[in-house]
Design a protein around this ligand. Structure first.
Ligand code: DON
Length: 331
């Protein structure tokens, strides 16, 4: 059984927090039965729907790992945060924001509807597929590998190793993603593609197929929470203004048409992927009492059983519980 409200003023030791998180993960693992693994990208059906894991990395280095935290998975839509950051760093904020807006849609991640609805036809935000494909088209380079190189370099700087591309996942999406091709053709017609359609889509499918672990996501989340600075060496990896914009977009658009509820009930910037991963982060917060990870943390959650919006069902419930217990909310 999950414990009730706790006085966190006592001992914030790693072992103590670890026990709580283990307890919560085993409780919420039972909720995976309420969801289903994604099937529209065939390879994603192979995931184990019972998996649930979490990793939390604090600014002070404290790390909690629980459940199926060692299972690698492809980042899918979580890559939209990284391609957006790289496009802003390479092209400049105003160039990027001239071509993609920062408004939530309240629609599914792969909706085409809004591309038809406004006069400008500008994609609503970089976290939905239309906006993300426009962002990917802005990455510099002639081939998909050249375009992705700065994304890999950014990840490598944050993780101290270079993640690899899961070629099977890439091919599975490339051969099945008719909806993204349709979105691509819309963007081509309305002038919101900066590179060749096929190269852009190839790049997009590849960025979604980068493989990571939960600890990778938690570490990246912790750096974004810290306004783009690596607390270990004080190095600026992402310019502060870009990190702030990424956080605002994660909060308002990162969970698609569940973003409002997530902001209301969990209250932290997050981005989900259809493989079941979620990156979340808690910036440093000012409170009168001692709380876990008060100086900020990054969180990675993995649970491939999804709700009908494409978000990890047990992952969201686990995150909500932890955010409530530890008062992680921004608000
Ligand atoms: O574009 C797609 O369909 C996938 N590669 C990524 C979508 C995704 O992760 C949506 N997330 N919940």
């Amino acid at each position: 059984m999950v414990q009730g409200a706790t006085n966190w003023n006592t001992e914030l030791t790693q072992e103590w927090l670890q026990n709580y998180v283990d307890d919560w993960v085993s409780f919420y693992r039972k909720h995976t039965v309420d969801g289903n693994v994604a099937s529209y990208i065939p390879i994603l059906q192979e995931a184990n729907r019972d998996h649930l894991g979490i990793s939390i990395v604090g600014k002070n280095g404290m790390t909690i790992r629980s459940g199926d935290f060692e299972v690698p998975f492809t980042i899918q839509s979580i890559s939209k945060v990284f391609s957006f950051i790289v496009a802003c760093m390479g092209r400049g904020l105003s160039y990027v924001l001239d071509r993609v807006d920062v408004e939530p849609t309240g629609e599914a991640f792969n909706s085409i509807m809004h591309l038809e609805m406004t006069q400008l036809k500008k994609p609503f935000n970089p976290m939905i597929n239309a906006g993300a494909i426009t962002v990917t088209s802005m990455l510099e380079g002639r081939t998909s590998d050249e375009k992705l190189e700065p994304v890999f370099q950014l990840l490598e700087r944050m993780l101290d190793y270079r993640p690899h591309l899961n070629v099977d996942a890439y091919e599975s999406e490339r051969d099945s993603s008719m909806r993204n091709r349709a979105i691509g053709y819309y963007l081509l017609e309305t002038g919101y593609l900066e590179s060749d359609l096929n190269i852009t889509l190839e790049t997009y499918f590849k960025q979604c197929s980068i493989e990571v672990t939960l600890e990778d996501l938690a570490r990246i989340g912790m750096i974004i929470a810290n306004d783009g600075e690596d607390p270990n060496n004080k190095e600026e990896i992402i310019p502060r203004q870009v990190a702030r914009l990424a956080k605002a977009l994660m909060l308002t658009c990162g969970m698609y048409d569940a973003s409002g509820k997530f902001a209301a009930y969990v209250g932290v910037p997050a981005k989900s992927g259809v493989s079941g991963g979620i990156i979340a982060l808690s910036p440093p917060r000012v409170r009168d009492e001692e709380l876990p990870f008060v100086t900020g943390c990054g969180i990675g959650v993995y649970g491939p059983a999804l709700d009908d919006k494409g978000n990890s069902i047990a992952g969201i419930r686990l995150l909500r519980h932890i955010a409530n217990q530890w008062d992680l909310s921004l608000f």
